[in-house]
Design a protein. Structure first.
Length: 331
């Protein structure tokens, strides 16, 4: 979508070293030469796809050398956007160019309004329901844009931009409350985020090992900080395709159901399929979902027994056990 804006800002491949802060693994970023471009991307599936296309990809920019050009893709979070802009500006060589790119739905107009309070806009292009702007004075980005940490619960630290950074997600709270006292020995928390639900799982008797699987590198690094337990193993991976050498006997998950701003129930369905592939034949899945999401049919396709064990008018807690498809084929 934003290729049209990038083509206006960069009608020819830019000279010098380019830092592109955030990119979808499948989007057209041909305005930038792979050999000269470093992409900062922390989502595991986008990271892998960009690497496969020949780009140098890093999860963070803090330890990188300076660049001639930095292009910041706005995330949805305003605080995360400010932190990206501040970090990108700090990584520019003298007289380097800082570009800010974003959709209107991601707040590009509000961010540019803030920036105009301390820097002129040297160049601006509007296209494809968004804008890309070059700042005249990148060094004027205020220090308080560097990004703050949050404490959403006692003993837990998060950063802006990750899911439910400022408060514990109520779906995870409902799921934790519905779990049985004793849990299986080998468990996967699929889409573990910054670790709150995993910490609750580890309080239950029976758990010998817990695999935290999370696609967002920043969230997983927060989980590493938040959980100090030798039973916890951390995996930076796309939950939808995650595999282990041996099956586990429990999966617990609060799967996402949005792609960007749009509801996308197929994400949760993909998590269910992944969970089924990770479990032993007698393994058990616990999942929380918004009440309206149609997960029961997919669960019944993979598991012999599916039941609702808790919830309210907003959430439902579903438990599933036994491989329904394999059991039916063996009859």
């Amino acid at each position: 979508m934003r290729h049209a804006r990038l083509s206006l800002a960069f009608p020819e491949p830019p000279q010098g070293r380019v830092m592109l802060f955030g990119a979808d693994g499948a989007e057209d970023i041909s305005a930038f030469v792979p050999q000269n471009t470093t992409v900062i991307e922390g989502m595991a599936h986008h990271h892998a796809a960009l690497q496969a296309r020949g780009y140098q990809v890093e999860t963070a920019a803090d330890q990188l050398p300076s660049f001639d050009i930095a292009v910041v893709t706005l995330p949805r979070s305003r605080e995360a956007a400010r932190a990206r802009i501040f970090l990108a500006a700090s990584k520019l060589l003298p007289n380097g160019d800082l570009w800010i790119d974003g959709q209107k739905t991601d707040g590009i107009e509000a961010v540019l309004k803030e920036i105009r309070a301390f820097s002129n806009i040297a160049e601006l292009h509007s296209k494809a329901h968004g804008k890309i702007a070059r700042l005249s004075d990148p060094g004027a980005i205020p220090a308080d844009w560097a990004g703050a940490s949050y404490t959403p619960a006692p003993g837990f630290t998060t950063k802006a931009g990750i899911f439910s950074a400022e408060t514990v997600d109520p779906g995870s709270v409902a799921l934790a409350a519905a779990l049985p006292e004793k849990l299986p020995t080998r468990i996967v928390d699929l889409g573990a985020g910054w670790g709150w639900l995993s910490a609750q799982i580890l309080r239950h008797p029976g758990v010998d090992v817990l695999h935290l699987v999370e696609a967002d590198h920043t969230a997983l690094e927060c989980a590493r900080t938040n959980i100090d337990d030798p039973r916890a193993q951390f995996h930076w991976a796309d939950a939808r395709s995650f595999k282990l050498p041996e099956p586990v006997n429990g999966v617990i998950m609060n799967p996402p159901f949005h792609s960007g701003r749009a509801a996308d129930p197929s994400l949760g369905i993909a998590f269910i399929r992944a969970a089924a592939s990770l479990l032993t034949g007698a393994g058990k899945l616990w999942v929380v979902a918004n009440r309206h999401l149609p997960y029961e049919a997919e669960l019944s396709h993979h598991f012999a027994d599916v039941s609702e064990i808790g919830g309210d008018n907003r959430f439902k807690i579903l438990a599933a056990t036994g491989s329904g498809a394999r059991n039916r084929r063996s009859r």
